[in-house]
Write a protein that binds this ligand. Structure first.
Ligand code: AMP
Length: 582
């Protein structure tokens, strides 16, 4: 590790886009030619960590900076590819010494510190499956994920361990808890049986020569929300490296000298595919900022580290817009040459705003946890149609289909679907084959989104085709929130919807009815808000709770969220023939 040195600015170079002959490349595209741009393991296998780190060291880039990190308390660290190689080798050895085997699940529950990157890539080198969790999670989401995945190892930090200490004994398959006390930030002691990360890393060997994964071995899993049931663990293969690489190159237009910043947390798939894999597989230096959103701080990061390529989310862009047009004028943002956004619809006003204040249009792209990498994109070379998600990545074949899985014509709304078989496609939901199978129809993978393709081949997002809520780019399953609320002794029933919001797109709103003997009042409402926040996390818990007499239900007893939403928004109630009689 070296301390960060000041980088002196030069004018941003004019670079030609990595992808320009789109139609030609698309019609003659073969994944096999992209595969040749990766190095592959000496034994013919494939490993994301090897492609992201080791291969750059073997090609004379050992001393290139891979990670520039700024901590939430202002700490600054940076790591070369060689330092990354050693830290990740060491962590792979730690797991090996603990007796872990290929395919074992290893989860992180950490703030965005360098150690999360060492742990994730070390886990991949060891052939285990990595599952990064948001550090904002409360105990319930952590327990659900560790339990469902049967995780053997959890890597966490003292303050977060405190938050979840009561659920750890509920996880019989969890064998080891590794504690990282970054820069001695915490004074909390280790508990009996916990492993001190710093100690075992010190003792571990610098070399790890046993990477033995193939392209088909599982690599990363992320839990994502559906309409019903608890979140599902979508898992991917090392094969995803191929698509991480080419989307980094074509959709984010990464060039070797770029300084890249992705604002997503590794708890979200964007934070692993594009906050870890894609930039490093492309050998690019990336900035990681541990802190949360602040308009001034974000502009400062871009200025101080000379960020040239920036990948963020529409909610963040709207928050920057809200912070005012004067703020960016105080910073030198002239080094940025490309910026992209994902996670929610990017409204045309945000594109216009960025043109004015950054001198660049945000390029929207579309993908989801299950797709593992970008599928539809506004590429650097092409004309943006503000509000559109762009065109398919070469090698990806999306379509707009009806409920039977038949394609509808251009200009008509339908389900956004994709022909299966792309390299980063998810391989299943952990322990839930039925649900995985239900995502395919008539030879299509059905994404759960509705969209329109126009006559020029651009895709336009219309909305979700289910009850899943998109708040600030994060999917929240109503069931998860309802389950947490009904654990409160006062709550009889809960129904959760997404309420439109000008900044976060939607916020979570809950309706609850009370059990006999409880009185509806503001104190109880506030208590329920705090209860949900504690169990879930601030991002997932309801922003609003309304206590009502009874919830509308079908005759079979299912809460009609659709009706709750229509009533909330003052919209027509639609078909209520299945509504339970009052
Ligand atoms: P996640 O799996 O959490 O990454 O969420 C994926 C979902 O976010 C998609 O299925 C969409 O509903 C939404 N989403 C992602 N990118 C876009 C985009 N560019 N425009 C509109 N919605 C998007």
């Amino acid at each position: 590790m070296q301390l960060h040195k000041t980088i002196h600015k030069t004018n941003p170079p004019i670079l030609s886009p990595n992808l320009s002959e789109y139609e030609d490349i698309r019609s003659n595209f073969e994944w096999s030619s992209i595969e040749k741009e990766l190095d592959w393991l000496p034994n013919g296998g494939l490993n994301i960590a090897y492609e992201a780190i080791d291969r750059h060291c073997l090609k004379g880039n050992s001393n290139k900076i891979a990670m520039i990190w700024e901590g939430k308390n202002g700490e600054k660290e940076q790591y070369t590819f060689e330092e990354m190689r050693i830290h990740t080798n060491k962590f792979a050895n730690v797991l090996k010494n603990l007796g872990l085997n290929k395919g074992d699940r290893v989860f992180t529950f950490l703030d965005r510190t360098p150690e999360i990157y060492f742990s994730v890539f070390g886990t991949l080198k060891a052939g285990c499956i990595t599952g990064p969790l948001f550090s904002a999670f409360g105990p319930d989401p952590v327990r659900d994920r560790l339990e469902n995945s049967g995780a053997k190892v959890l890597i966490t930090q003292p303050d977060l361990r405190e938050k979840i200490k009561d659920i750890l004994h509920e996880l019989p398959e969890l064998k080891h808890v590794i504690i990282i006390n970054k820069n001695n930030r915490s004074e909390l002691p280790l508990n009996y049986g916990e492993i001190n990360y710093h100690e075992v890393m010190n003792e571990a060997d610098n070399e790890f020569d046993e990477i033995s994964t193939t392209r088909d071995d599982y690599s990363i899993m992320h839990y994502t929300s559906g309409t019903t049931g608890k979140p599902k663990g979508a898992f991917h293969r090392h094969n995803a490296a191929i698509q991480h690489y080419i989307t980094g190159k074509w959709c984010l237009d990464l060039h070797p000298d770029d300084i890249y910043w992705c604002t997503a947390d590794p708890g979200w798939v964007t934070g692993t595919s594009y906050g870890m894999c894609a930039p490093w597989i492309n050998g690019v230096t990336q900035v990681i900022y541990e802190g949360g959103f602040s308009a001034r701080k974000w502009y400062q990061i871009i200025q101080d580290y000379n960020v040239t390529v920036w990948y963020t989310a529409p909610t963040a862009i709207r928050m920057l817009m809200k912070a005012g047009n004067e703020v960016p004028k105080n910073f030198d943002l002239s080094q940025i040459r490309f910026c992209a956004s994902v996670g929610e619809p990017l409204n045309p006003e945000a594109v216009e705003w960025s043109k004015e204040f950054l001198g660049l249009a945000f390029h929207d792209n579309w993908w989801q946890t299950e797709t593992g990498a970008i599928m539809i994109s506004n590429f650097q070379f092409m004309d943006i149609k503000p509000g559109s998600m762009g065109k398919p990545l070469p090698g990806i074949f999306p379509g707009i289909v009806d409920d039977e899985g038949n394609e509808v014509s251009d200009g008509h709304r339908g389900q956004l679907a994709v022909r299966p078989g792309w390299p980063s496609m998810f391989q299943g939901y952990w322990n839930d084959k039925e649900r995985y199978d239900s995502r395919f129809k008539n030879g299509w993978y059905i994404t759960g989104d509705e969209a329109i393709r126009d006559k020029d081949g651009y895709y336009w997002f219309v909305g979700r085709s289910d009850d899943v809520i998109n708040t600030a780019g994060h999917l929240v399953g109503p069931f998860e929130v309802e389950s947490a609320l009904i654990e409160h002794p006062a709550v009889a029933e809960a129904g959760v919807i997404g309420k439109p919001d000008p900044i976060a797109m939607e916020v979570v709103k809950a309706f609850v009815s009370l059990k006999e003997g409880f009185e509806s009042n503001d104190k109880l409402r506030r208590e329920l808000m705090a209860f949900a926040r504690n169990k879930l996390s601030a991002g997932v818990a309801p922003r609003e709770i309304e206590i009502i007499e009874t919830l509308p239900k079908t005759r079979s007893g299912k809460i009609m969220r659709r009706l709750l939403k229509a009533r909330e928004l003052g919209l027509p109630e639609g078909d209520t023939s299945t509504l339970e009689d009052d």
